[in-house]
Design a protein around this ligand. Structure first.
Ligand SMILES: Cc1cc2nc3c(=O)[nH]c(=O)nc-3n(C[C@H](O)[C@H](O)[C@H](O)COP(=O)(O)O)c2cc1C
Length: 214
């Protein structure tokens, strides 16, 4: 390693959070921040790290793209037989992490995932580009495959099978809706004295807000 990692550091100066500026419902701030990330020059503003836990209790994380915020649920699409899908089938608890470097912001969300109803997954699948629909059908996501060549052969074979027809969504591919029970909003501040606000649902379904230490 040529670079001196210990010397890489920056001051965070782009924003601030105060208790008075925090809305009572975390979705309000989540939607504002997401909108600002989309409108700003943020690279991949909808990219979100999804962390799941295996039945043995081992954590794992990977990035997906957020495809909706509806009825207080966050929606992403994937292969239900993938590693994350098999984890969620046994333990629906997950964590989502949005990191928007350009805004010096991060949001941590924890909640429970459930499969979307097939009709909703169909609607999204049917509006995906042709190649993405074929790709979803032929990729045994997270499984070992012999070669890239074999993947391409499957892609070409499957493409020719659907010429002139509506490509069907495979039952192993679809959406998850995430129902959050915890949000943490992080805004970088100078001297590492960052602003962090935590929203947690209490037993009565009310959001309790606390500033937490950086
Ligand atoms: C920017 C970005 C966006 C991605 N979006 C998705 C997505 O929306 N759905 C998906 O299944 N995988 C997506 N991936 C691939 C996943 O990170 C991951 O490789 C895949 O879902 C398999 O994960 P698993 O084996 O842990 O289940 C994306 C990767 C990147 C880097």
């Amino acid at each position: 390693m040529k670079s001196n990692l210990q010397s890489i550091r920056k001051e965070y100066i782009k924003g601030a959070l105060t208790r008075n500026s925090m809305p009572s419902n975390p979705f309000t701030l989540f939607n504002d921040w997401l909108e600002q990330a989309i409108e700003g020059e943020v690279n991949e503003p909808t990219a979100v790290l999804v962390s799941t836990v295996s039945p043995e209790g081992t954590p794992s994380a990977r990035t997906v793209l957020l495809k909706g915020v509806e009825n207080n649920e966050l929606v992403f699409y994937t292969n239900y037989k993938s590693r994350k899908g098999t984890h969620l089938a046994q333990n629906p608890h997950l964590a989502l992490t949005f990191l928007w470097h350009e805004l010096e912001r991060q949001i941590h969300i924890e909640g429970i995932a459930h499969k979307l109803d097939p009709k909703t997954s169909d609607e999204y699948y049917n509006q995906r580009p042709y190649r993405s629909r074929i790709g979803a059908r032929i990729s045994p996501q997270s499984q070992p495959i012999p070669s890239r060549m074999q993947l391409l052969r499957s892609f070409i074979k499957e493409s020719s099978r659907w010429i002139g027809k509506d490509i069907e969504r495979p039952e192993f591919w679809g959406g998850y809706g995430v129902i959050p029970s915890r949000f943490e909003f992080w805004q970088g501040r100078p001297s590492r004295l960052h602003d962090r606000f935590l929203y947690e649902l209490n037993k009565d379904g009310e959001w309790i807000i606390n500033r937490i230490a950086p």
